[in-house]
Design a protein around this ligand. Structure first.
Ligand code: SAM
Length: 344
């Protein structure tokens, strides 16, 4: 029986690779598992079809239950192969499938979510500034913030200060984005920071004495209701997940003035190019539902040098392009989004 299943699975992969829609459909009708993966290399029919650019077969397999996010043994999913082969139509089909699946999964997971802060253990442990202030690490040597992000932080600061006025930053870290914001001389500059060791460092470095700076102590979740309105907002915390970012964005819309600009550190799924694309689209869809339009500025980035990650436990960035989010209120005449959120 198992041998028969694996033979049928291999036939499905072969027909998918050849783009033979009829044979693929016939096998699926005879209940061959659409999710079958060759045990030797992890290749699936979806990966085979996406690698060869057979978009119709990709659609059929997804409809039959093939998971968009299954990895082969080289840690690549079907979307990675579609991207590598520049098969735009396959990329689009897989991207839509990934976004719809993640929106549904998010809605399900939210129901089971604990009330405990996701980064409570981080906030309770000591953190240290190392390498003459170029690194902030926790007790397990996880990189909280690293100097290689400096050019990205400058680009974020430039974006959120582009309209002048009042600026809010959530998460101080090394203060890279805050130094860049200061260089733009905004009318006011509010910083929310939760970690006691980081707050101590901010005090020592004179951040509380700067005339236009207002440091708010505490978790953003606990202090956000005390805030006013801003022309530029940036969000970059540590140890929090997409649900935290999503919740922040839900509240942020009350803080962002008309004509204002919001951005966030775009590190979601930053260990896989296609997953990262899906995450970007999920955020874009959810912000569109709130009346905000999101675009991404691609910035080249090279962190391949192992010396950058020496002594750091979590290599939290693997990609060669950073997609800097620019989020603004959608103007009335800019059209409606075609994003369907199945969770709403
Ligand atoms: C990645 S660092 C920020 C780096 C910063 N953008 C920079 O340019 O250096 C994250 C910061 O967010 C702080 N943080 C984590 N969770 C927080 C929360 N819920 N509220 C406020 N700050 C938080 C951390 O203590 C840390 O200082």
């Amino acid at each position: 029986m198992a041998e028969h299943d694996s033979q049928q699975g291999h036939r499905l992969i072969r027909f998918a690779e050849q783009g033979d829609q009829q044979q693929v459909e016939a096998l699926l009708r005879s209940r061959v598992d659409a999710a079958y993966q060759d045990p030797s290399d992890g290749r699936s029919a979806l990966i085979a079809a996406a690698s060869e650019g057979h978009a119709a077969v990709v659609k059929t397999l997804l409809a039959a239950g093939a998971p968009w996010n299954a990895f082969d043994r080289q840690a690549n999913c079907a979307g990675d192969y579609a991207l590598a082969g520049q098969h735009e139509d396959c990329v689009e089909v897989l991207l839509n499938a990934g976004v719809q699946a993640e929106l549904i999964l998010g809605a399900i997971e939210r129901k089971a979510r604990s009330a405990q802060p996701s980064n409570s253990s981080y906030l309770e442990q000591r953190v240290q500034y190392l390498k003459e202030g170029a690194q902030l690490v926790d007790e397990e040597s996880q990189g909280v913030m690293m100097a290689w992000e400096g050019p990205l932080m400058q680009a974020h600061a430039k974006a959120i200060c582009s309209g002048g006025g009042d600026v809010l930053n959530v998460g101080f870290g090394l203060g890279l984005v805050d130094m860049a914001i200061q260089s733009k001389n905004p009318r006011s500059h509010t910083i929310i920071e939760a970690h006691p060791d980081v707050l101590r460092k901010m005090r020592e470095d004179g951040w509380e004495d700067k005339p236009n700076v207002h440091v708010v102590h505490g978790r953003w979740q606990d202090v956000i209701s005390q805030l006013g309105q801003y022309d530029g907002i940036f969000f970059d915390t540590f140890g929090e997940d997409y649900e935290d970012l999503r919740e922040f964005q839900h509240q942020m819309i009350h803080l962002l003035r008309p004509g204002g600009l919001y951005s966030y550190f775009n590190g979601l799924s930053a260990d896989n190019a296609f997953f990262h694309m899906v995450s970007c689209e999920v955020v874009k869809c959810e912000l569109a539902a709130k009346g905000l339009s999101t675009s991404f500025i691609p910035l080249p980035i090279n962190v391949a040098d192992p010396a950058i990650w020496q002594d750091i436990l979590n290599k939290y960035w693997q990609l060669d392009t950073y997609l800097l989010p620019i989020v603004q209120w959608t103007s009335i005449d800019s059209g409606v989004t075609d994003c369907k959120d199945p969770s709403s």
